[in-house]
Design a protein around this ligand. Sequence first.
Ligand SMILES: [Zn+2]
Length: 435
Amino acid sequence: MTASEKRSTSTPRRSKVLLWIGSAALALAMVSCGVNAGDSGSSKKKIRDPTKGPDLRKMNGQVSAWPGYGEKPETNTPEVKAWVKEVDWSKVPKLPIRKVKHSGDPPLCPDHVKDSDCWWTCTGCHAPDDIIDCPDTKAWGLTYDDGPEPQITERLLKMLGEKNYTATMFVTGMKSSQAPYLLKEILSHGHHLASHSWSHSGMTTLTNEEIVAELKWTEKYIFDHTGYRVKYFRPPYGDIDNRVRAIARQLGYKIVIWTDGWDSQDWQLEEHTITEPQIVKLWKGELGDVTKRRRGVVTLEHDGDRQFVNVARTLLEMGIAKGMRPMDIPKCVHDPIGYREVPKPANTTLVVPKKEAPKKVVAAKPAVPAPVAVAKKEPPPAPAPEPAVVEEPKEEAIEPEPVKDQGVNAAGSRFTVGSLVTACTLGALAIGLAM
Ligand SMILES: [Zn+2]
């Protein structure tokens, strides 16, 4: 065998080996950063429409269908049974299940209620950790309940957007399930999402298992459709006692009521028991005292009817004229995150031209713009990915360390991109050498 023959046989072998190494490195890099074109394409196909309940349920290991509209969620399901086990029932006081005249109404108040029950509905009792106002003078925790409602919520978002204020929307699971796109709409306008139960039942009228089901189905619905795990809960009608509190706390919730006297009474408009001028008059009366208040307020308004939005605009302008500063609940209580879990940073996509070294790294567009549920000067939280890329939630409530979380996320993101660029470059270089 001549020298030239040796070269001619050894060169293809070396080339083959280098090609193999290059391809392997490139494949490894692409797998590590999730850039496999086939995977990317198929996952996009699966998760494009988050309103398709059955697909989302399947992806999240859910067995049962979502609870129905206007129905109390079933408790005899595998999901609820598992959630019930999260609660240490020895810490839940054994209080009576309150009576109600009609399903869906607030409970009836008996003649005698124990002070130790701290039942707000019938005695006005607040627990020390109930959020009923904002600590800062003239801070105004702006909240709207009972949505989202097609067209009405959109009008409300538009009105608030014109004035550049953010609010907390206490949504019900059943309404969300009718218009899940509105959850993303609320977030994309910078507002804050919180829970108002699934079926809007008086919480004290429910069994322990029913309370768990109301909270967790709503939480899961919002999480599956947005990637945000809600942290704040306002009981419908403000109906809460120490039994409901003990369950909600253990499931990771902070209870929000409202400041005494700052219920706008707009809900009475639907029942025709109040007029707009009467609401404005009442509001004027409350605003008269606002300069004397050391602490701010949390108000109660609704977004279930067109009239509510008109009233909301008037009340907002009146409050601002008095020097009040409207804001969502996390800002009101100085909570920089406002959720127990937020979406992970958006996936990164490496663009690798054929037979060339990788040139650029393109960040995928977020499905939902980041919420403004953080303090003003904080960097915005990570944009929301499609729900399917969010890991199966941990079952225990976690209080995130805001700054730490964001730092970790940011660092994680840089690390991933840097490593992959290096790996991809090595792979491509090996291919280049081999070619
Ligand atoms: Zn309500």
